[in-house]
Design a protein around this ligand. Structure first.
Ligand code: GLU
Length: 298
């Protein structure tokens, strides 16, 4: 009999600001699920976005999360067998993955600017008729997408990797499905909910979708617990797992925390940071208690 691998969960914060109540609530759920399964929790520092991160935020982030009561057994501050745990130190893993995707013809180079895509796709973006979800980014209109040859994308790219965006070619009109641990069966249609997406950026950095898949697989994560704002990204990532020949983890998406006016915390001008609560003399226990009554956007 083949037994399941031991549960491994992860916290994947980006040091772009101080952790707020939304992070705390999702991470608390991740910790509870890891503990209930008798498993391990990994902290991965998602510090790839040089324009948005600040070095001093990393230390503050770890300090605030520990203060709140989160404990990870592997991470940048404690080490572990699947390190390094700072994404900025994992470039060789990402380069290997993008080279694999280039060699198999799963990606193509794209010279469209963000503005080109916005203009061609047209705004605003609403949920298609009969669909619950709106696309989370403009659908790529296919300007740079090369034609399929005999049903297969052109093989090994000789183009240099740097200096251009690389997009993943999604199948046309495919209905994708997975079962979420919190929300149950989920489906999305390629070309309707999302289109060809960037996996490597023209500044020669991996995009979030690729780095996340490469790391969750390399760190042997068995369940990804994160906010429901990333449900559509999960479908993109499932396509990447498949293209890279990797086994996907299970997924559990958490409801997003809103403020008293129903505004998502991440979108607020002044997110309710743990640091601010702490300065105001609130205890972690009081904050956790508040989760039970706080507004939640499913
Ligand atoms: N660093 C990402 C964020 O903070 C993590 C997303 C994920 O959990 O996959 O949004």
């Amino acid at each position: 009999m083949v037994s399941d691998p031991p549960y491994r969960g992860r916290l994947a914060p980006s040091p772009t600001g101080y952790p707020h109540l939304g992070h705390a609530r999702t991470f608390w759920t991740a910790q509870q699920r890891a503990q209930a399964a008798g498993g391990a929790l990994v902290l991965r520092n998602e510090d790839l976005d040089a324009a948005r991160i600040r070095a001093d935020f990393t230390a503050a982030m770890l300090e605030d999360l520990r203060w709140f009561g989160l404990n990870w057994q592997e991470g940048p501050d404690v080490g572990g067998p699947y390190g390094p745990y700072n994404q900025s130190e994992r470039r060789t893993h990402y380069v290997a993955a993008i080279e694999q995707l280039r060699a198999s013809g799963a990606v193509y180079s794209c010279r469209c600017s963000r503005r080109d895509v916005h203009e061609a796709a047209g705004a605003p973006h609403e949920a298609p008729p009969g669909e619950a979800w709106a696309p989370d980014e403009p659908l790529y209109p296919g300007t740079c997408r090369p034609p399929l040859r005999d049903g297969l994308a052109p093989g090994a790219s000789l183009e240099p990797r740097a200096g251009t965006n690389w997009r993943f070619r999604v199948p046309d009109g495919a209905v994708l499905a997975f079962t979420d641990g919190r929300y149950g069966p989920q489906t999305a249609t390629t070309g309707v909910h999302f289109g060809d997406f960037i996996v490597w950026r023209k500044d020669d950095m991996p995009a979030y979708q690729l780095a996340c898949v490469v790391d969750d697989a390399a760190m042997r994560i068995t369940e990804v617990v994160r906010g429901a704002d990333l449900l559509l990204s999960t479908f993109r990532q499932l396509l990447l797992y498949h293209a890279l020949g990797l086994t996907p983890p299970a997924f559990f998406h958490c409801p997003l925390v809103t403020d008293d006016h129903g505004v998502r915390l991440a979108k607020r001008h002044d997110p309710l940071s743990l640091r601010a609560f702490r300065a105001a003399g609130r205890t972690p226990e009081e904050i956790r208690q508040q989760f039970l009554t706080a507004g939640r956007a499913d």
